[in-house]
Design a protein around this ligand. Sequence first.
Ligand code: PBG
Length: 340
Amino acid sequence: MAFQCRARKVNCFIMAFPTQRLRRLRATPTLRRMVRETILTPDDLIAPLFVENGRIVLEPISALPGQYRFSPDTAAEEASTLWHLGVPAVILFGIPDAKDATGCSAYDDNGPVPATIARIKDISPETCVIADVCACEYTDHGHCGILHETPTGVDVHNDKTLEVLQKAAVCYARAGADIIAPSDMMDGRVAAIRQALDAAGFSHIPILSYAAKFAGAFYGPFREAAGSTPSFGDRRSYQMDIGNRREALREMELDVEEGADALMVKPALFCLDILREARERFDLPLCAYNVSSEYAMIKAAGANGWIDEERLVDETLLSIKRAGADLIITYHAKEWAQRQ
Ligand code: PBG
């Protein structure tokens, strides 16, 4: 048997010597540069910023080395620095002074997000400011909406939560946000937010929908940063099951029908297959969220000297773009842009 295989191989070598040698175009750095199909630029990146009220706050986040909680003034300086490094956009997450059961501080005009939007617009007016819209940072129970009793236990009430999201979206648009990005995973939120924005005179403000957002352990470091870990249960009755691909496409299809201007897949590295499929199916801009645990894993391994951190980051971001993302939300944005 072994003899037979070897014989066939030799035969093949003589009879059908490869006319295609893909290594020809890999021979030199110049050739490789010329035929590279995917190029990452700072234009592709969106930097997440955590903001709280106060002044000159720059508080390190332990599970996200290199990331900070900012106050509106320091966040605006950071956005301006990013702008000068070529990173055009930031996405804001608010940490309010007070939380309650309904998350009403999400639409407080004096909250950290509206204040930060205004400060950024003062000193870096061309920065694209994306406002994440969700209740979880603002509720005392850490869930992404208003709770109610159901026959099987306590759950998030979908339609009551839509009202909170509508108010938050309008509040951020009024403060000057350029894009509204709902991350709560309630059904019908894109249509509800679109309607509220239009009614308030913001029909020109786009919605970037976290359309396919999965439930899992991927968001741990973020929740530490934002203090948004649910005090009981988990998010599996509203975020998607990690095993589901077709359902992710249905989520995206519905959000397109409801009027989303751009779609997001989250988490990015765990969902490259979904991103690729979304790229083939939809012509809207596609965004991928390179989430907090994906960042923390690279940072931890890098700090231990187990990996070449810079190359890993380059390869991570390029892989996400190759899979189909036009835009990448990533905690690596600033460091990556600084290295270019
Ligand atoms: C709010 C929100 C979360 C993230 C983005 N928006 C947390 C969550 O869903 O629990 C996570 C981002 C990350 O892990 O970097 N709903």
